[in-house]
Ligand binder design. Structure first.
Ligand code: ADP
Ligand code: MG
Ligand code: ZN
Length: 495
């Protein structure tokens, strides 16, 4: 009898596409002159246009167009010479006009891609760099915000955000795992921040991500039914929400159920996704061309002008770092997540030309200090020359690598140079042969039993002796020399 295939045997594969909304860093809103500054008193940054009063007319902010084109070019998109705005109709209290001005059938940017570096062991057969398609990127206005706070049994609407420019960037469903999705989001954020078109702050909502997720049996071509997730405001939550949702779908499918196409919200407290609404279709929005704005015709000259303003982007920088400095692609990816971090790395290398050593220190010690304090590289109290100074002390044997880590922490805390700390705390490495011999002899004298075992062939005890000597020297003995001398002395006893 042939084996019966049960749903338990099926291997599922995730299919993910991300919709990202990036607030563009313009001083004023997309269709009026109101300020976009975050955190002002509710409704203080509004006017008849962004309040949606009858009879007013929107005018496109040129800076929005420039930033959108710039981003489209950076994402290798085709910039449409002819595009237009559309009305997306829906009713919600934070949308006073009853429609959002967006783009629909003729978006500004289409058919681009973003290359993402994946940590070793995760990449598909295409290697360590994966190209993820960008379906479209279009301009639109943000809505206001409903506030449900205070003691009254009432909700309030703050329209300061209404009319803040957004760029919606929609990926192709090319993403195959949560790790890839997070890597894509980080890479996209890096591009936006490099271009200086978005501050990338997810907590403040300047960057928002709506993942679409589905599962399909490995080997099947057709996609499964997708679920869209909303309401996620940090990288950590994006990751958790996607992991939860894929587990939920897998369980459902294994139990013979079906995924329903719907929009779900991430509940931060319960760490689950819950249904928000059934999936709306495009026709629910009754899109039609925005009659109050002329179509956009973008001359090739303008595109070329904007192209000239593009800085070296993260993927070009990453590729250059890997090539020029001979560091792994993954290191290069981490180091180029921000322009400032990349600059810091290069400044360190200029003063201490050992790129891999610097990369290791930055990726472990420095990033740990920054993360622990929730700081950016701009807040780092150790200037590159002092960082290089520390590494030179290791290289010339003044301090051991282990001590250097403690010195680094002290440098970070106090902002003082390494040499000063080493001198003051007496951390100079003991390399003097006589001093090391004394330490070694003390340790050997204190452990006759272990010496006997070593003599009888238990040579793995070498590590134990080295550890004891290091301990006795408070970590200051030169480990290479300790090793050498111990081996010699123990070897002689053996004979
Ligand atoms: P809508 O505008 O209705 O949300 P789109 O076709 O623009 O629909 O797709 C939205 C996102 O969903 C895109 O990022 C796309 O890559 C992704 N997507 C489409 N189909 C699937 C699927 N079956 N599984 C996962 N993601 C999908
Ligand atoms: Mg959608
Ligand atoms: Zn306004």
């Amino acid at each position: 009898m042939p084996p019966v295939e049960t749903k338990q045997d099926i291997q599922y594969e995730a299919v993910i596409g991300l919709e990202v909304h990036a607030q563009l860093k313009t001083a004023s809103k997309i269709f009026c002159g109101c300020s976009t500054k975050f955190g002002a008193a509710s409704n203080s940054q509004t006017c008849p246009i962004c309040l949606g009063m009858p009879g007013v007319l929107p005018v496109l902010n040129r800076r929005v167009l420039e930033m959108a084109v710039k981003t489209g070019l950076a994402l290798h998109c085709k910039i449409s010479p002819y595009s237009r705005f559309a009305r997306k109709n829906y009713f919600y209290p934070d949308l006073p006009k009853g429609y959002q001005i967006s783009q629909y059938e003729l978006p500004l940017c289409e058919h681009g891609y973003l290359e993402v570096a994946l940590p070793a062991g995760q990449a598909g057969e295409s290697g360590r760099i994966k190209r993820i398609g960008i379906r479209r990127a279009h301009m639109e206005e943000d809505a206001g915000k409903n506030l449900h706070e205070g003691l009254e049994a009432a909700s309030h609407v703050d329209l300061n955000r209404a009319g803040v420019p957004l760029l919606e960037i929609v990926s192709e469903p090319d993403i195959r795992s949560v790790d890839e999705a997070v890597a894509y989001l980080k890479a996209l954020r890096a591009v936006l921040v490099y271009l200086d078109v978005c501050d990338g702050n997810m907590e403040e909502g300047s960057l928002r991500c709506e993942p679409n997720l589905s599962l399909r049996p490995v080997g099947q071509k057709e996609f499964g039914t997708r679920v869209e997730l909303k309401n996620i405001n940090s990288f950590r939550f994006v990751q958790k929400a996607m992991e939860y949702e894929l587990r939920r779908q897998e369980k459902l499918l294994r139990e013979g159920g079906r995924v329903v196409q719907e929009t779900r919200l991430w509940n931060t407290e319960k760490e689950i996704t819950v249904v928000m609404r059934g999936k709306e279709e495009a026709h629910d929005y009754r899109y039609f061309p925005e009659p109050d704005l002329v179509p956009l015709m973008i001359p090739a000259d303008l595109i070329n002008e904007i192209r000239k303003t593009l800085p070296e982007l993260p993927d070009a920088k990453r590729e250059r770092f890997a090539r020029e400095y001979g560091i792994p692609v993954y290191d290069a990816e981490v180091l180029t997540t921000s322009r400032d971090l990349a600059h810091y790395f290069e400044a360190c290398v200029a003063m201490y030309p050992q790129p891999k050593t610097i990369s290791n220190w930055i990726m472990t010690e420095l990033l740990r200090e920054l993360n622990n304090r929730g700081q950016e590289i701009a807040d780092c109290p150790i200037p590159p020359e002092r960082f290089a100074g520390l590494l030179k002390l290791i290289e010339d044997g003044t301090i051991s690598g282990k001590i250097a880590k403690a010195v680094f922490e002290e440098m970070y805390r106090t902002g003082r140079p390494a040499g000063e700390i080493v001198k003051e705390k007496g951390l100079v490495q003991i390399s003097d042969a006589g001093a090391i011999e004394t330490l070694v002899d003390d340790v050997l004298g204190a452990h006759p039993n272990e010496r006997e075992s070593y003599r009888q062939g238990k040579t793995q005890l070498l590590g134990f002796f080295v550890g004891q000597v290091m301990k006795r020297s408070q970590g200051k003995a030169n480990p290479g020399k300790v090793n050498e001398l111990l081996k010699k002395k123990l070897g002689e006893e053996k004979k």
